[in-house]
Design a protein around this ligand. Structure first.
Ligand code: G6P
Ligand code: MG
Length: 219
């Protein structure tokens, strides 16, 4: 039986996926590297280092330069998130978190970002999450299942009792690899591998999710 929902952050609860893109775009432009929004789709959910390696597309760069570019990207990103407030929660996110908790479901965050805690605090949703697993929690990031397994362990629940909510192909792969059910947010080309897909969380209620996942409603 389902007992918990594990949410990705960037692109699920808030639109920081856009800020990650803009920060990388600036780094890429500065280095004269081609990088488009389409390229960025492959970076969703992927760690900072892996993201840069995808942008570099196998071009040889010394480690020193890689470190410097990662640091620059993070500084740009930090500038963007400075302004984040509860108004930046994506529509439907807070309502769903509140409904889940009112129905005794556990909620957790499973984000590969090292800035996730900061963003969660700025969004004002810390009190709506029972556990946070972030970019510091595990070594192997998505598409490895480790981060979601870490979140489930913090909740004291097995993967089969948790459903992962993700906007990234790497995140859906991670959920599947860990034995979690999954809800994909976004176009099917990206998240079609999930057990159910939605365009966003607007007007989404627990009962709809349980029905699509073939679960019984607790009430
Ligand atoms: C999330 C985002 C990625 C980002 C990664 C690391 O998974 O979706 O775009 O690269 O976190 O974020 P960080 O804030 O640690 O650079
Ligand atoms: Mg995401």
């Amino acid at each position: 039986m389902l007992r918990a929902f594990i949410f990705d952050l960037d692109g699920v609860l808030t639109d920081t996926a856009e800020y990650h893109y803009r920060a990388w775009k600036r780094v890429a432009d500065e280095a004269g590297l081609p990088f488009t929004r389409d390229d960025n789709e492959h970076l969703r959910g992927v760690s900072r280092r892996e993201s840069l390696l995808l942008i570099l597309k196998g071009r040889p760069y010394p480690e020193e330069k890689i470190q410097a570019m990662m640091a620059r990207k993070n500084n740009y990103y930090l500038e963007f998130i400075k302004e984040i407030s509860p108004r930046d929660l994506l529509p439907g996110a807070q309502e769903l978190l509140e409904e889940l908790r009112a129905n005794d479901y556990k909620t957790a965050l499973g984000s590969a970002s090292k800035n996730a805690r900061d963003v969660v605090e700025r969004l004002g949703i810390d009190s709506l999450l029972d556990a946070i697993s972030d970019g510091y929690s595990v070594e192997r990031q998505k598409p490895a299942p480790d981060l979601f397994l870490h979140a489930a362990a913090q909740l004291g629940l097995p993967p089969k009792a948790c459903v992962v909510v993700e906007d990234a192909a790497a995140g859906i792969q991670a959920a599947k690899a860990g034995g979690f059910r999954s809800i994909g947010l976004g176009p099917r080309e990206r998240v079609g591998g999930a057990d159910m897909t939605l365009l966003n969380l607007v007007g989404v209620h627990l009962a709809d999710l349980l029905k699509a996942l073939h679960e019984n409603h607790p009430g």
